[in-house]
Design a protein around this ligand. Sequence first.
Ligand code: RI2
Length: 299
Amino acid sequence: MADKIRNLEIRGARNVAIAAVKALKTVATHTKAKSPRAFVEELLEAKEVLYATRPTEPLMRNAVKWVIRGVESSRKEETRALARIVTSSSCEFLKALERSRDYIAEVGSRRINDGTVVFTHCHSSTVTHLLTKACEGGKTFRVICTETRPLFQGRITAKEMLNLNVETTLIIDSAARSFIKQADIVIVGADAISAEGNIINKIGTAAIAVHAQEARVPFYVVCELLKFDPATLCGYYESIEERNRTEIWRNAPENLVIHNPAFEIVKRDFIHGIICEEGIIPPHSVYETIVRRYPWVLA
Ligand code: RI2
C-alpha cells in the first residue's frame, strides 16, 4: 500500500488517507504478534512506513493517529481484542470521512446554480463529488479546468465532468488568468490546512487565487478539517513534497536545475471560505473549530 501511495497509483489526499487506514486494518488482520506490546510495535512500524510515503499528507497522518490512539488508550490485554479495536476504529473513521464528504457536497452545491461557470484546478475527489451532487440536483453548469502539469490530473477532472454530461473546457495552466474572467466561482481541493488558516494545494493554485482576487471571482476551498496539520501550531511549516525532475523533462540536460514541487501555500487572504464538515467557515476560524470538533488532533 505504501508503494502504491509513493508512486501515485493511489493519489488525492482523501484516497491516500483511506488507503492508509485500510493498511492498518490489514496489519491487524494478519498480525502474528505474541503480545499486546508487540502488536502496538507493529502498528507503530506501519505508521512510520505510511508517514514516509508522501510528506504533505496530514489527513493520512491524522487518520493513522486516530486508529492507533484507539488501541493505545484501550485497557484490553489481548492482542485479538486490540486488533478488533483497529478494525472498528478504522470503520468509524472511514464512515465519518464519508459523512463529511457528503455534507461538504450538500453545502457547496448550493453555491452552484443554472448557468454557473466553475473554475477548478487539478483533481480533487471532494470537488468532483460536490459537482456530481450539483449535477444530480438538476443544475446545468459549466466547468473550466486546468490541465495541471506535470502529471495532468486536470484530465481526470475533465473526463469525470464529461461523464456527467457537464460542458467542460480544458485549458493550459498558464491560461488561467485569461479564462478566470469567465468564471463565477473557483472551487479547489486541499492537501493541508495550517494553523493560520492557509491552505496547501497542488502547485498552480496560488496563482489562480491571485487571478481570482484580481477578477473579483470568489475562491472557495473544499476539504475535510482533518487536513489540519497540528505541527504548524508549533511553528513548523508544512513540508512541500519535491517530486522527481523526470516528471517535468525525462532526458533533460544533466546540469539543468529543475524544481518540481507538488504543492504550494495559498494565503488565507485569498480564500472566501473553506467548505467543510462544519459548513462554510472563514479560514481564520479553523483553529477554534479544530479545538471544538477534533481536540484529539492537537494531543
Ligand atoms: P481530495 C491532490 O494531490 C490535489 O492537490 C487535490 O487538490 C488534493 O489532493 C485533494 O484531493 P495529489 O495527491 O482529497 O494528486 O479532495 O498530489 O481527493
